[in-house]
Write a protein that binds this ligand. Sequence first.
Ligand SMILES: Nc1nc2c(ncn2[C@@H]2O[C@H](COP(=O)(O)OP(=O)(O)OP(=O)(O)O)[C@@H](O)[C@H]2O)c(=O)[nH]1
Length: 202
Amino acid sequence: MGDDLLTTLKILIIGESGVGKSSLMLRFTEDEFDSEQALTIGVDFKTKIINVDGVNVKLAIWDTAGQERFRTLTPSYYRDAQGAILVYDTTKKSTFQKLDSWLNELDIYGTRPNMAKMVVGNKIDQPNRQISRDDGFRFAKKHRTMFIETSAMTSEGVKDAFEEIVRKIIETDGLWERRNVDGNVDLNQKSAASYCQMCSLI
Ligand SMILES: Nc1nc2c(ncn2[C@@H]2O[C@H](COP(=O)(O)OP(=O)(O)OP(=O)(O)O)[C@@H](O)[C@H]2O)c(=O)[nH]1
């Protein structure tokens, strides 16, 4: 594994209030979980360097507020994002039904037409499930997004979710720029396709 940073990617986490967006970010970046996670006001932001298939990628993860009243700066959150994780709560049907409007927001405010999108059904550790895995999968297939189920509490699926969306972005030509060690764009960028090991999912 080399020390060079291939690129920096901006990934958004969106979805209804309380579905576990902040918890997924905390689990992924710090490997922690807070059962009394405070709601997000505006936007929270964390970075993490990960190694996917032998290349190091820096992720700038933007956790946006689910509550409408805290979402006044929406357009700037979406600008230049290369990936979006759309979260619903598998125990709360209304959060699944709202996914259409979150996809719509991405269409309105996203600035990259080929942005990678992943639907995430969270809280699968809970017994009172309302949305089956098949329902989630079908929704994702219909909207041509990737799909995974997770638990921020137990960690299940969380690392996979972030790694898969990074793979998808890296394999999409034109969606990212190679950075050299100074952080500048390297004009001799090789084809992104050479980094595609698992051309996922749906
Ligand atoms: N059992 C369980 N609880 C979870 C899970 N993920 C989050 N929670 C809990 O659900 C509540 C809401 O989680 P948050 O991460 O704050 O949700 P959010 O989507 O960021 O909410 P907003 O900031 O309002 O948009 C908290 O009490 C979390 O501890 C999970 O996978 N399993």
